[in-house]
Design a protein around this ligand. Structure first.
Ligand code: GRF
Length: 193
């Protein structure tokens, strides 16, 4: 799993594995931020962690660092890469190494509200519902083929915080359901080179 944030999706996936709802194992947790909560949770769960080398850019990784990322995943024999709040755009070299094997979760009903703080975008647009989406990652941001969505109503009096919290509850259910389906049906397309 790859993440830059607090790791609540990681915790939910770990709980699904522990309860037998998800027939998978997490081989490694990788982050671009050494202070990310997801790393702390992984260490508590005795799952190996890797921190990526700091590059020159804030929103993406240099090709050499993407190659190091792919190396780490190969070293841990990863079949499926699960992104949860990983704040770097992944480009060619990494996606070429893991073609059709990278999942992401986004806090809106894509294609609506791509990009940052999608829950705030939904509130600002006066939408009556939003939700979350699990999709394959491709070269465009928040745009790969959709595997599953969960709707979340927007309630009168919702704040960005209350709405985001409800979307995250939906994410925690959706991600494990979709990963289980991907594994059962062997939905990944390529083989790591
Ligand atoms: C999630 O809300 C996800 O939709 C977005 O980043 C957040 C990650 O949260 N891409 P967490 O680190 O799993 O708590």
């Amino acid at each position: 799993m790859l993440g830059s944030g607090r790791g609540s999706n990681f915790a939910a996936i770990l709980a699904s594995i522990a309860s037998g709802r998800l027939a998978a194992s997490i081989s490694v947790v990788i982050s671009d931020r050494e202070d990310a909560g997801i790393l702390e949770l992984a260490r508590e769960a005795k799952i190996p962690t890797v921190v990526l080398r700091k590059g020159r850019f804030r929103t993406w990784l240099e090709p050499e660092i993407e190659e190091e990322l792919a190396q780490s995943l190969r070293q841990f024999r990863v079949d499926l890469v699960v992104l949860a709040g990983f704040l770097r755009v992944l480009k060619g070299p990494f996606l070429a190494a893991y073609p059709g094997r990278v999942l992401n979760i986004h806090p809106s009903l894509l294609p609506a509200f791509k990009g940052k703080e999608a829950w705030k975008q939904a509130l600002a647009a006066g939408a009556v519902e939003t939700g979350c989406t699990v999709h394959w990652v491709d070269l465009e941001v928040d745009s790969g083929p959709i595997l599953g969505q969960k709707k979340v109503p927007i309630l009168h009096g919702d704040t960005p915080e209350s709405l985001h919290a409800r979307i995250q509850e939906a994410e925690h259910l959706l991600y494990s359901e979709v990963i289980q389906r991907v594994i059962e049906r062997k939905l990944w397309q390529g083989i790591p080179s």
